[in-house]
Ligand binder design. Structure first.
Ligand SMILES: [Zn+2]
Ligand SMILES: [Zn+2]
Length: 254
């Protein structure tokens, strides 16, 4: 994993800072997405202390969904052993815990869109070993329902996909998937109820011509129900290879 990028200082080409830029820095200082400390001009997208403590997903992890497992002799987590998924493979950058969990919650519920470039960079680092294998032809975000987006003012998956696209140079199709039903939060539901809750939630936008290989993008992978539902919709629409990338993944049961 290319974690080096988080320790590199921002390169400045020796140019004097323009007045407008420093004024902006004063008014809206960049903050570390984990501890919220104000970042200095030459610091990267995260402070050094938090960069060293990031909860990266590490080996051994499930070859299918990317969830960390404790037994290195196993290929799959117990979830992927016991059921089939509609996606081919997926990876996540971080475990959904420690400061990252709070960071993502602030990004979603307290309008911290400024964290997104850092998240995209982390996702690109996590995906670097698999992107040449997956060779996705475009990125499709797992979208919110339009009503929810209107309430929040933005859709974090769409913003993540745009930022990830600009880091990797991959084409983004932000409107390829549409959420057709406003679902209740499924956090507290069991797997079966979750499945029911999500059934037929996504439709493929008929105006978008999708390629053979698609990379789905979302902020968190928990039980995989959302990712499966989205993958199923794409597959029914003729997409052949579907991989996914998320910023975070839960530990799940093993
Ligand atoms: Zn920090
Ligand atoms: Zn798995």
């Amino acid at each position: 994993m290319n974690e080096r990028i988080f320790f590199e200082k921002k390169e400045k080409a020796g140019l004097p800072a323009c007045a407008g830029e420093s004024l902006l820095d004063l008014l809206y200082p960049r903050r570390c997405p984990v501890c919220e400390k104000i970042l200095l001009r030459n610091e990267p997208l995260i402070c050094g202390k938090c960069a060293r403590e990031l909860p990266w997903v590490r080996e051994p992890f499930c070859r299918k969904c990317g969830r960390m497992i404790s037994d290195p002799s196993r290929e799959l987590c117990s979830d992927c052993e016991s059921r089939l998924h509609f996606f081919d493979e997926g990876r996540a950058a971080f475990l959904y815990e420690k400061g990252i969990r709070q960071s993502v919650d602030r990004m979603k519920f307290q309008n911290r869109r400024a964290y997104i470039p850092f998240y995209a960079q982390a996702m690109a680092a996590a995906a670097a070993p698999v992107l040449p294998v997956w060779r996705p032809e475009c990125i499709v975000p797992v979208p919110m329902h339009p009503k929810k987006r209107a309430e929040r003012g933005y859709d974090q998956s769409v913003l993540l996909a745009a930022a990830f696209g600009s880091v990797t140079g991959l084409r983004v199709e932000p409107t390829a998937l549409v959420r057709t039903r406003y679902t209740k939060a499924s956090k507290m539901l069991g797997r079966e109820s979750r499945k029911k809750n999500m059934r037929g939630v996504f439709a493929v936008n008929p105006e978008i011509r999708l390629p053979d290989r698609v990379l789905l993008l979302d902020d968190i992978y928990t039980t995989g129900t959302t990712m499966d539902t989205a993958s199923r919709a794409l597959r029914q629409h003729g997409v052949r290879e579907i991989c996914f990338l998320t910023l975070c993944i839960g530990r799940g049961e093993e």
